[in-house]
Ligand binder design. Structure first.
Ligand code: ADP
Length: 404
């Protein structure tokens, strides 16, 4: 609360403070350059308080930024005459002079206000007005009330924002479910066709004759590839749903990045083959190990290679190279000779749910690259794309070198 956190400059007796019709707020900060200015203003106010009692609350803007925002402060120190209305704000280097200029008028308006309240109370026959206690109650309420209103309006604002964010999240999750259901249909159908053909081969002797060992191996491989694609889609969606806005957890360990890349490429080979895409690698044999979370980096590599495959036409060329870039960093690059990414969107593609209009008809949710970015950032690395339209894209990311 405002009253608890702020301090009265002069610690006036409760009586004095309570009787004050003039209420001031002094906003201060802790910057060394402000110390002298604030000291002068506080001394001046102390001096004035001896002549005419008023209530003063000193508020540190760093502790109560919502109040600074509410009063639209542009500088500190700032003195606000809160009561009687109208509110008035004084700021600037010559604050003491400004206070002096306004002081008599403020004092007069406070006196007029007190007289008016007393008259009104007398007219309404309130006996307690004689000792001024009703005025006191009114005055006390004024600052407390003002602080409460500020706090409540802040809370309402935050609640509104939270509600909007939750609504957007719910909408996004609905969309994800719909898209996932749609995207899963193709690989699921492919898996079930492969399984049914194999099943026919084992249970029907006539069909078995037509299923050669090569065809059988191909069907099994196809089913496996499709099942992996399904698994990846679900993992991406679950991870996005779970981690939205949250800091990503990584388990950093020594990792042989070359070996991981070779393993992934071997696994994805059949998929590249389905589009007759060629893979070119440049992975030096003497690369240092990196300090990384193997599972997360695998996700990044698979997402980038998947994209390269998805957006590059049949017969295209996909490259994977690794460079020991500096003593501290290893850089992994995945290139393709697909349609490229327009320069104005080269940052935006890493945003959550951003997809190029051009690619909206292709399967996807626009979350793969944003997940990659979060993973790489959690490794204190960088991820970016170099691309020239029609000359392909090259995604790069860096990882820290492992030091024993
Ligand atoms: P998704 O592929 O599911 O749409 P991503 O976050 O992986 O989501 O990619 C965001 C967008 O960036 C894609 O929709 C596509 O427009 C563009 N993009 C990503 N990778 C490539 C690539 N290798 N070549 C061309 N465009 C790409």
């Amino acid at each position: 609360m405002l009253e608890k956190e702020s301090t009265d400059v002069t610690s006036p007796s409760p009586n004095n403070n309570a009787e004050a019709a003039l209420q001031l707020l002094l906003f201060v900060d802790k910057r060394p350059s402000s110390v002298e200015k604030i000291r002068q203003v506080r001394n001046h106010l102390k001096h004035l308080q001896a002549e005419y009692p008023f209530s003063l609350q000193v508020i540190d803007v760093s502790e109560q930024p919502h109040l600074a925002e509410h009063f639209k402060l542009v500088a500190t120190p700032t003195l606000i005459k809160l009561h009687p209305a109208p509110r008035q704000t004084l700021a600037g280097s010559n604050l003491v002079t400004q206070i002096e200029n306004w002081w008599v008028r403020w004092q007069r308006s406070a006196e007029e206000y007190s007289t008016r309240v007393l008259n009104e109370l007398e007219a309404s026959g309130d006996s307690s007005s004689e000792n001024g206690s009703s005025v006191v109650a009114y005055e006390d309420n004024s600052v407390a009330h003002s602080a409460q209103v500020i706090q409540l309006s802040d809370e309402i604002f935050c609640l509104k924002q939270e509600k909007e964010a939750l609504q957007a999240q719910l909408q996004f999750k609905d969309r994800l479910i719909a898209m996932l259901a749609h995207d899963l249909r193709n690989p699921l159908t492919a898996v079930s066709i492969a399984l049914e053909t194999l099943d026919m081969g084992t249970n029907n002797p006539a069909a078995a004759a037509r299923i050669t060992p090569e065809l059988m191996a191909q069907l099994i491989k196809h089913a496996r590839t499709q099942a992996k694609a399904i698994d990846r889609m679900i993992t991406n969606v679950l991870q996005t749903a779970r981690n939205e806005g949250a800091e990503l957890q990584v388990n950093l360990q020594e990792l042989d990045i070359s070996q991981l890349c070779h393993e992934i490429l071997a696994r994805l080979k059949p998929q590249f083959a389905t589009k007759s895409q060629h893979i070119k690698t440049d992975i030096p044999g003497d690369l240092p190990h990196v300090y990384a979370d193997a599972e997360r980096i695998q996700q990044v590599l698979v997402n980038l290679l998947d994209n390269a495959m998805k957006y590059t036409p049949v017969d295209g060329e996909i490259g994977l190279s690794i460079l020991h870039r500096t003593t501290q960093k290893v850089q992994v690059s995945i290139s393709d000779n697909g349609p490229g990414i327009p320069s104005e969107n080269q940052d935006r593609i890493f945003e959550d749910r951003f997809r190029l209009k051009r690619d909206e008809a292709k399967d996807g949710y626009g979350i793969g690259l944003s997940l990659c970015q979060r993973i790489i950032r959690a490794h204190y690395g960088q991820i970016w794309v170099d691309s020239n339209p029609d000359r392909g894209s090259c995604f790069h990311f860096t990882l820290p070198v492992y030091r024993a």
